[in-house]
Design a protein around this ligand. Structure first.
Ligand SMILES: O=C(O)CCC(=O)C(=O)O
Ligand SMILES: [Fe+2]
Length: 348
């Protein structure tokens, strides 16, 4: 079993040999250098009450209109009353932290293998002159259950596997409700998106660790990208900022609101909604003092599914913007590698 040769960020730091060139972003353009960690304003996104979204009450309608407004501008909402307890979310953060604190040899038991996206490792190296992101991660397909590869599921810390299984089942409920709410917010039949998303849809969960970084001005945690999912459920760090979203060419930081789940639209939902809901470009910046942890779950339509704008959202006034795509994630990596926005490949 061949393992990739590169060190994780934690190993780079432990070696104490200074910051490798491969992480440094060179100044681009006409010489004006903006440090990557320049302060940016906070984005103004609502906290949506998930339990209200599917109710027929006036409050429910109000909540749906908040959802519509946030997803058609920012492409992001914070979700509260999502049915997952604070104690459970704390357990996930704690287990994530404990996993990354394990000795290298222990973590390596779940190491990514060449050619696989799953497992523990550093930023994936997809092209030669790629500047590396300051991030270590554990990437696991959690659903459907028959696609699980348990060799990537840590046996230590104790309880990790069980908790990830439980979290997956809890998220499935949130995912279904959120799909229905998005359909209702666009005055569509409740299952419009769910039918296209399909029974064979997968869930991938990525545990992210961003160690403190000696050069936050020149090193980035995650490069600007939009997600290739239908949408992404994110547990951002409860204390440490870093996640930023782009709107109209400017960066804004995501607010830190404990116990909410941040949901961002991904490219495949942008396609299904014929461009009404936006898949936002986002990035993670680093800082000198504190490590940051986040847990992202990507909801990915089944590889057999054809993803396209739903008929009701195509009209003369709003012509169809996107082609039908299949196995979008493969297309995604091809474009990402070329430094392009993968969704461009789906534009008509
Ligand atoms: O760490 C975060 O807050 C976001 C990570 C992210 O954008 C991703 O995993 O796609
Ligand atoms: Fe992302």
């Amino acid at each position: 079993m061949e393992k990739p040769k590169f060190k994780t960020v934690q190993e780079v730091l432990a070696a104490g040999e200074g910051l490798p060139e491969r992480y440094l972003h060179a100044p681009t353009g006409d010489g004006e250098v903006q440090p990557l960690n320049t302060a940016v304003p906070e984005m103004d996104i609502p906290a949506i009450d998930l339990s209200l979204l599917l109710s027929a009450s006036a409050d429910g309608r109000e909540e749906l209109s908040k959802l519509h407004s946030a997803l058609s501008t920012w492409g992001v909402v914070q979700v509260m009353n999502h049915g997952i307890t604070e104690a459970f979310l704390d357990k996930i953060y704690k287990l994530t932290k404990e996993f990354f604190e394990l000795p290298t040899e222990e973590k390596q038991k779940c190491a990514r293998e060449i050619g696989s996206i799953q497992g523990y490792g550093n930023d994936m190296i997809l092209w030669d002159d790629q500047v590396l992101d300051w991030i270590d991660r554990l990437y696991i397909t959690t659903y459907p259950e028959d696609q699980r590869q348990l060799k990537f599921w840590p046996q230590v810390p104790l309880g990790f596997r069980e908790t990830l299984h439980e979290y997956t089942m809890m998220q499935r409920i949130v995912i279904e409700q959120f799909f229905k709410a998005m359909a209702r917010s666009l005055e569509l039949e409740e299952n419009s998106f769910l039918d296209m998303y399909g029974e064979s849809a997968t869930m991938d969960t990525r545990f992210n660790m961003y160690p403190p970084c000696p050069r936050p001005d020149k090193v980035i945690g995650v490069k600007p990208h939009a997600d290739g999912s239908a949408f992404t459920l994110l547990l951002p760090d409860k204390d440490v900022e870093g996640l930023q979203f782009q709107k109209d060419g400017k960066w804004y930081k995501a607010p830190v609101v404990p116990d909410t789940i941040l949901i961002n639209v991904g490219d495949q939902m942008e396609i299904m909604s014929n461009g009404i809901y936006k898949s936002p470009v986002h990035r993670v910046v680093t800082n000198r003092e504190k490590e940051r942890i986040s847990v992202a779950t990507f909801c990915i339509p089944g590889a057999d599914k054809e993803i396209q704008p739903v008929d009701e959202l195509v009209s003369e006034a709003r012509p169809r913007l996107y082609k039908t795509v299949k196995k979008y994630v493969e297309l995604y990596f091809k474009y990402y590698q070329q430094g392009r926005r993968p969704i461009e490949a789906a534009l008509i």
